[in-house]
Design a protein around this ligand. Structure first.
Ligand SMILES: [Zn+2]
Length: 336
């Protein structure tokens, strides 16, 4: 059994939401950032493609693990928990010609237009691995914490080349392409098989990690300018029309574009997810009515009730918590 746990790539989704809701000219300055998130997300999914080819029956694959760490949190792109080892992966989607200098802990991307310097991602993944090891011991995951731990930087951009400036194989082997992961994982599995722990223990730790997940809350203030320019309402996925109107007696959304016949019973979910991504993780009945362009307090109440969201506040001013969307516990609108 391979358990694959995912949380939504919320930063990338923010840009998709803005692309849908802003006029083309307003979105233009954000386009490069959008393309960079898009390409990064594709890079991460390319790792998935190879991991799915693994001939392995007992593995937990977790993406975007965010865990509390003192006052802050730490983040892992991809974590693999096996019965005999665990592995932390940092994926990078750099373009151009990539050269890593482990001694000076630097990485340089060379393009036709010039060079760009970054921190060596190996340092980042080493620190994350150490923090996770501490987290295991602080949270009673002794069996897993005692297993050999590996960390790996994976360059996911097929169109870029990479070179590591080191004579030490122990260093150069820490950087690879997604396709090389399969052999590495099978090798570690074979080397450590004699020290395997029960898979139930691996699953118990994975469940604890999922329950401890610290959801990313967007910095909403940074979005204020774009929110003030964007369209509100429920956007029609078929024609891209600005909005769909709610037909109360049929309990469905209908596109207001007379040339489009699209209807939907749950089109509001996209809009509510956009609200959580761009405006606030909390919402009141009044705020929902304003964002969805509906007048009826009852319809708004029915929508909120159907979502079974955590609530706070008073009966007169009930506040609904949308962070379940950011945590991926409610079905988000985007699967790619
Ligand atoms: Zn339409």
């Amino acid at each position: 059994m391979i358990i694959d746990r995912k949380t939504p790539p919320t930063r990338y989704h923010q840009y998709i939401a803005l692309k849908e809701r802003l006029d083309k000219e307003e979105f233009e300055p954000l386009n490069l950032k959008y393309l960079s998130y898009k390409s990064g997300y594709r890079g991460e999914t390319s790792i998935d493609y190879f991991l799915k080819l693994l001939n392995h029956e007992e593995l937990v694959i977790m993406h975007d693990v965010r865990l509390p760490n003192e006052e802050d949190f730490f983040q892992i792109d991809t974590l693999i928990l096996a019965r005999s080892f665990w592995l932390v992966i940092e994926s990078k989607n750099y373009s151009g010609s990539v050269t890593v200098f482990p001694k000076s802990q630097q990485l340089i991307c060379s393009y036709k237009t010039g060079d760009q310097t970054f921190d060596d991602p190996l340092e980042q993944v080493k620190i994350a691995s150490r923090k996770l090891s501490n987290w295991f011991s602080e949270n009673g995951c002794k069996a897993l914490g005692r297993l050999p731990a590996y960390h790996q930087v994976v360059f996911t951009n097929k169109n870029s080349s990479f070179t590591v400036h080191s004579d030490l194989e122990v260093i150069t082997s820490k950087y690879c392409r997604p396709s090389a992961l399969i052999d590495k994982i099978e090798m570690w599995e074979s080397e450590n098989r004699s020290n395997s722990i029960p898979f139930s223990e691996v699953v118990r730790t994975a469940t604890l990690l999922t329950n401890s997940y610290q959801c990313w809350i967007p910095d909403y203030m940074k979005m204020d300018y774009y929110v003030s320019k964007m369209k509100k309402g429920v956007i029609c996925k078929t024609c891209g029309s600005e909005r769909m109107a709610y037909i109360a007696n049929k309990k469905l959304w209908k596109c207001i574009n007379i040339e489009c016949t699209n209807t939907s019973t749950d089109a509001h979910l996209d809009a509510i997810y956009h609200y959580a991504l761009l405006i606030n993780k909390d919402i009141t009945n009044k705020q929902l009515r304003s964002f969805l362009n509906i007048e009826s307090r009852d319809i708004s109440y029915r929508i909120l009730k159907s979502l079974e969201l955590p609530q706070s506040g008073t009966p007169r001013l009930r506040i609904y918590d949308l962070s379940v969307f950011l945590r991926g516990e409610k079905e988000g609108p985007y699967t790619t």
